[in-house]
Design a protein around this ligand. Structure first.
Ligand SMILES: Cc1ncc(COP(=O)(O)O)c(C=O)c1O
Length: 685
């Protein structure tokens, strides 16, 4: 089994002192128990220290001497005895500048790699001053320089690394499984006993592996805590995740960001209260609107029509909506998007907060961002109140494993708990929870190192794909829709979108070719593009195989196709009733086509009861409670006729006839129209 390597970096500007320190500490590491492979390295200047922290992913702890050069000002030497030379005012001055220097360095280290442990080396007589200055920073502890207790220091640092590398839930699960208790409880397979040895289903047991079954336990195993009321190992694991991701509180979810979004919406919005949301939000947010009874205000996302890629909502649109709807409770945005486009969130969140609006950021695709400075700031760092993350999408957790992070100072945990429990199975799968615990450990212990590699592979792969001369990687400038060019949008380089229009195949043909001929499955596609997802699990050989496949296809020189333009989505019409009210009405089904195979005009002016979503791109054309217009009916028919491969979620087939569910006249009579929508309601009636 691979053994960990951990480096402790000591930054001290006195060569002799540094040498002696490193010698003593390394001797302690060699002679004492060293399970994490700890060794000590040194840097004489802040600059050198920062550069090492950036380059060396094995660094786990940094010890900063509080007497340092200012980072920006270069090597301005400070005399060690400066504070004791009898000139009181000079001494005070020099002490102040020394503190600032150490403080700045700590801040720079935290900005670069917040997961690192940080210790300060201080003089005994300056203890109060230094501790006061660094109070608000993420400092884990202090050592007195004069003590020279190398073995004591080593033991503390080793324990600190052990603490961060702990996995309380996973450890408890392993211990429980190894204790081999007789199970008189669920699940029915009883540690796989029902399958093992069966002539019919033993193959399933063999294929999945014994521990999948051993670790599939019941809530009756009290040592494993309760996901619904955590007080033991799950609570501990969640606290460690909160620290890792920079949240006040973190909750583990076993049904993805999908359920996490619904839980937050139900917690924060009472029926009839306003919510601002990107119309392109994931469908779980739209479902949250239905469940909570929210009154949604939809913000139109930007669209890159050339490539059929939906981007962020323009900042001006968001700020205008915040100003016009300062009575809204919540703003929901997705950052980064499926294609890797991420907002400059801080100004948006600040504006929402200034109007008393909370912010939920769907970071389903951005759970890894905390662990590399090129990908930060994360939504939490930009001030978001709530963040949902699919840990399974970009880190090492099992599918469905997600986290909800909370930084809302007014968080009402009891309400959240009720809603969380409403959506959570009373039999959660423990291996999912264990994978969140282990995923967090991996992210803090080696996330930076792995992401460095992933970013390097992404950069190399981009060049390789472009070198085929046929496939072209779309960079930020290509992807950015016109409307958001000045919004400081950035791209997560681990998502690679490739223009395939010159390869002479349709996207479906290309995907089929990659799959059958080269054993390659990609993340997603639009009519003109393929998107590849690189994660901490991407290997160099996988990149080479993809490059080889694309190069071979490119050399086959098919005639290029024209770029296909995706049809424009019709603009949002009018929301006449609350989506929840419309959705929970019985409604009636009406065909989209009339007897002459033409768009059914009787639908015009009716109110939709379901969400109608072409997928991809997954943006609703109609939501429950929305007024149906002629343009929308025509768009849906065109979509059905031309885009045979596209799914139209919400459309019901009555035999061969595509239909949608609309409100009846009687139902409209009973429902209260939204303020301002009375005219539309009357027209609809
Ligand atoms: C933006 C966004 N949010 C949420 C989800 C749902 O995440 P999960 O699959 O973890 O339920 C997805 C899934 O693709 C998504 O793209």
């Amino acid at each position: 089994m691979a053994k960990p390597t951990s480096k402790v970096l000591v930054i001290n500007d006195e060569p002799l002192i540094l040498k002696e320190l490193l010698k003593g500490l390394n001797a302690a590491a060699r002679s004492l128990d060293n399970p994490f492979g700890i060794s000590f390295i040194g840097a004489l200047t802040a600059k050198e220290g920062l550069s090492l922290i950036e380059r060396d992913g094995d660094i786990q702890v940094v010890i900063v001497d509080d007497k340092l050069y200012a980072v920006e000002e270069g090597p301005r030497r400070v005399h060690r005895n400066g504070a004791k030379n009898g000139k009181a005012s000079n001494a005070r001055e020099s002490a102040r500048s020394l503190q600032v220097s150490a403080l700045k360095l700590v801040q720079k280290i935290t900005a670069l790699r917040p997961e690192l442990d940080l210790y300060i080396l201080i003089e005994k007589e300056r203890e109060d001053e230094v501790v006061d200055t660094l109070f608000a920073e993420a400092v884990d502890g202090y050592f007195y320089r004069e003590e020279r207790d190398h073995r004591g220091m080593y033991r503390i640092l080793n324990a600190q690394i052990a603490e961060r590398a702990r996995t309380p839930f996973y450890d408890a699960l392993c211990a429980y499984v190894l204790a081999a208790k007789d199970a008189w409880h669920t699940p029915g397979h009883s540690s796989g006993d029902s399958l093992r040895g069966s002539p019919w289903v033993n193959d399933f047991y063999e294929f999945m592996g014994e521990h999948v079954f051993d670790a599939d336990l019941s809530v009756s195993a009290k040592a494993l805590d309760s996901l619904m009321e955590p007080t033991g190992v799950i609570a501990e694991a969640q606290q460690m995740a909160a620290k890792a991701f920079g949240a006040r509180k973190t909750f583990f979810a076993t049904n993805g960001t999908s359920t996490s979004n619904k839980v937050i919406l139900q917690t924060l919005i009472a029926p009839g209260e306003k919510l601002l949301l990107d119309r392109n939000c994931h469908k779980s947010v739209h479902h949250g609107v239905m469940l909570s009874g929210a009154q949604p205000v939809y913000l139109d996302s930007s669209v890159n029509r050339q490539y059929g890629v939906f981007g962020p909502v323009p900042r001006a649109t968001i700020l205008r909506a915040i100003a016009e709807h300062s009575d809204a409770q919540l703003l929901v945005l997705t950052s980064c998007t499926y294609d890797g486009l991420r907002y400059d969130l801080k100004p948006i969140i600040d504006a929402a907060h200034a109007s008393g609006i909370k912010v939920l950021i769907d970071e389903a695709w951005y759970g890894h961002a905390r662990f590399h400075p090129d990908l930060r700031p994360t939504a939490l760092e930009a001030g978001a109140d709530y963040v949902t993350q699919s840990m399974h999408k970009t880190l090492s957790a099992f599918s469905q494993a997600a986290m909800i992070h909370v930084n809302d100072p007014g968080f009402r945990e009891h309400l959240f708990r009720e809603n969380f429990n409403m959506h959570t199975s009373t039999s959660p799968m423990y291996s999912l929870i264990a994978s969140l615990d282990v995923g967090r450990k991996q992210a803090v212990m080696e996330g930076y190192k792995l992401l460095e590699r992933t970013l390097m592979l992404a950069s190399e792969l981009r060049k390789q794909i472009n070198s085929t001369g046929v496939f072209r990687v779309l960079e930020l400038e290509d992807l950015l829709p016109e409307e958001v060019r000045n919004d400081n949008i950035r791209l997560d380089p681990t998502k690679i979108t490739v223009d395939i229009s010159s390869c002479g195949m349709t996207v479906d043909e290309l995907q089929q070719e990659l799959f059958t001929r080269f054993n390659i499955t990609v993340e997603k596609s639009t009519v003109n593009t393929l998107t590849l997802l690189l994660t901490i699990g991407t290997t160099r050989s996988k990149c080479s195989r993809l490059y080889d496949a694309l190069m071979r296809i490119a050399r086959e020189k098919r005639t290029p196709r024209r770029l296909y333009r995706t049809p424009d989505l019709p603009p949002f019409t009018e929301l006449v009733y609350l989506p929840r009210d419309a959705y929970y009405s019985g409604g009636e089904l009406m065909a989209l086509l009339d007897d002459n195979d033409q768009p059914n005009r009787d639908l015009v002016g009716r109110i939709c009861a379901d969400q109608i979503v072409p997928y991809p791109p997954g943006i609703p054309v109609l939501v429950p409670g929305q007024l149906i217009t002629e343009g929308i009916v025509e768009f849906l028919i065109r979509y059905l006729r031309v885009q045979s491969k596209v799914e139209l979620h919400g459309v019901v087939y009555q035999g061969y006839f595509p239909s949608i569910r609309v409100l009846t006249a009687a139902e409209r009579g009973r429902l209260t129209a939204l303020k301002g929508a009375e005219a539309a309601s009357r027209a609809a009636a």
